[in-house]
Ligand binder design. Sequence first.
Ligand SMILES: NC(=O)c1ccc[n+]([C@@H]2O[C@H](COP(=O)([O-])OP(=O)(O)OC[C@H]3O[C@@H](n4cnc5c(N)ncnc54)[C@H](O)[C@@H]3O)[C@@H](O)[C@H]2O)c1
Length: 241
Amino acid sequence: METRTALVTGAAQGLGQEFAVALAGRGYRVAGLDLVPQPDTAEQILDYVELIADATDETQVHAALERVLAQFGTLHVLVNNAGVYAESAFEDTTPEEWRRVMRVNLEAPFLMTRAVLPYLKAAGWGRIVNIASATVLTAPPTMVAYTASKAGLIGFTRALASALGPYGITVNAIAPSLVRTATAERTVGADDGFEHVRAQQVVPGTQEPADLVSTLLYVVDEGSGFLTGQTLNVAGGSRYS
Ligand SMILES: NC(=O)c1ccc[n+]([C@@H]2O[C@H](COP(=O)([O-])OP(=O)(O)OC[C@H]3O[C@@H](n4cnc5c(N)ncnc54)[C@H](O)[C@@H]3O)[C@@H](O)[C@H]2O)c1
């Protein structure tokens, strides 16, 4: 079988880095796209294609993809992982902040998908994975814009799965509860956030990025062709999910 190729957004750190490294470990050729350079990811992956681009900018996305195709010649897997958290009282959420969250968390996956689609179609096989969030179920009061963006991403996942099924392309979402990444620790995890989430779970402990790898690999697996349009809640049995 030809070597599968994958593009992961937000690959500089956190979940994106974990996913990129895991896919490479499974034999995929991997490209990562992020706003910033990705030295920590690059040093763990042989033949890594580092793309510095804004996933919300269509021109930059297309230029980045040209580089991937020049290097790999084909593309099979897209992981829409780049995202921004936004925490504030709803009354303090400005229209600018709302739009920023929607652009990164919802519009960028649309732009990325639109850009990669011709290549996945040409390959006759594809996997699109959108990283949503368990907040769509836990509904934290201080994350209204974020939760709305991730709920939109789940709707995008379901309808896109219907649209792309005929091409042999599956589309699924993974919805993690709070995961210990540097950004989570700095933002949502501060002020007892991790403790609060742990108390809602039946699985003891805090979720680490590595705890999501098996779900990603399952979704992109050759044998998962009948799994599409689904959202996999990986939330330690949180009583809300
Ligand atoms: N960590 C958690 O607790 C958690 C829980 C549920 C869902 N998620 C989701 O998982 C994803 C990754 O979370 P994380 O904690 O690893 O985040 P992170 O902040 O560690 O990493 C996100 C990466 O995305 C990049 N990025 C942001 N905007 C971008 C843009 N416009 N174009 C390209 N790259 C961009 C950032 O530079 C960063 O490297 C996000 O979508 C997040 O919403 C995270």
